[in-house]
Write a protein that binds this ligand. Structure first.
Ligand code: DP6
Length: 334
């Protein structure tokens, strides 16, 4: 155990990640430490340049935890999500004092990439170190998972698999020179968030058991394609996972439909690019945006094909990124 950070704060920085093989559905949880255990295994790539920076300090004067995002204090519901992690840290470190959390997201909201993965990974790393816990990356992943399942993967850089209680790295950043072109699709009706949608899917969709039944095979197909650097096999598994996740959501009651017309237009353009010999593959999450994987050298060619599609507001490129990092700030007494 390292020392409690009394006089300063701890700052952590974590990147977002994008799932090729999706986490969609949870195992039953009886105890607080079983929160967000996945019903299916997932595989992701941590992305560079889209991140959250979070500072955590003890706040002995306060009666309760206070959480600020971009300088604005979160309401009770927002704070409750962070408190799942903070309570666990207090229990592990055997401390009682409230925390003050200051977080800034450097993830454009229009990117349609959930910042919950980067923010919960950063919160876990900063609060654990602040409370003097020396957690290894696996333990940190488990802690981050309590805030948001996908955050368990953002603890690590590069290619990351998540099964059970924690994620683990499966290939480093430089394993393969791939990149993602994100097609931002204009806003439609407000989408239901991933947490509520996966819960509704699991509870009401007759297609959900089929989703769970195929997940392990799709995951192992993707892992072996990643190891062999077989692009066609990797994007094949990614597209099966994507389509089957969305199919299970479409079967929910009421149905969950994230796609806009422009989302489908991008999927069609991916087919055409492939027919033209440009290797690429798509994935989609809990929103209308489409993320297109391609070789690092092909990002310009892919962006040129996606940007003019009607309904695509703009595109941007993300490349493989690092895992979470932590540093102490304001250590010296004034
Ligand atoms: C579609 O991690 O946001 O992006 O665990 O309830 O916080 P909670 O859900 P969250 O779900 C992410 C779902 C997804 C697929 C994925 O990232 O694997």
């Amino acid at each position: 155990m390292s020392d409690l950070v009394i006089d300063g704060a701890v700052e952590a920085r974590a990147n977002v990640n994008i799932a090729l093989i999706k986490y969609w559905g949870k195992a039953p949880a009886d105890r607080p430490e079983d929160k967000n255990l996945p019903a299916v295994p997932s595989l992701s790539l941590t992305l560079d340049g889209l991140y959250t920076v979070t500072q955590v300090a003890f706040d002995p004067e306060a009666d309760t935890d206070r959480v600020f995002l971009g300088g604005v204090e979160l309401d009770a519901a927002g704070t409750a999500r962070a408190r799942v992690i903070l309570d666990r840290v207090r229990a592990l470190a055997d401390v009682a004092a409230p925390f003050r959390v200051d977080s800034v997201n450097h993830v454009p909201t229009a990117a349609g990439l959930a910042s919950s993965a980067s923010s919960m990974a950063a919160l876990a790393a900063a609060s654990a170190r602040c409370a003097g816990l020396d957690l290894d990356a696996g333990e940190l992943s488990e802690l981050a998972r309590l805030g948001s399942g996908s955050a368990s993967r953002s603890v690590f850089g590069g290619w990351v698999a998540w099964e059970g209680r924690r994620a683990h790295p499966v290939a480093p950043i430089d394993h393969w020179d791939l990149a993602v072109v994100i097609a931002v699709i204009g806003t439609g009706p407000k989408a239901i968030g991933s947490r509520a949608a996966m819960e509704r899917t699991a509870r009401t969709s007759p297609l959900y058991p089929g989703w769970v039944a195929q997940a392990h095979e799709t995951f192992t197909d993707a892992l072996s394609a990643l190891e062999r650097r077989d692009f066609e096999a990797l994007v094949g598994a990614m597209e099966r996972s994507t389509m089957r996740m969305h199919a299970s959501a479409l079967g929910a009651d009421p149905p969950v439909l994230y796609w806009q017309a422009a989302s489908v237009a991008v999927l069609r353009e991916v087919e055409r690019m492939r027919a033209d010999g440009l290797a690429c593959g798509f994935t989609m999450d809990a929103g209308p945006n489409v993320k297109v994987f391609c070789a690092g050298a092909d990002v310009e060619a892919v962006s040129r094909r996606l940007t003019p599609i009607p309904g695509v507001a703009h595109t941007f490129v993300a490349r493989p990124g690092e895992g979470v990092s932590v540093r102490l700030v304001n250590q010296e007494r004034p």
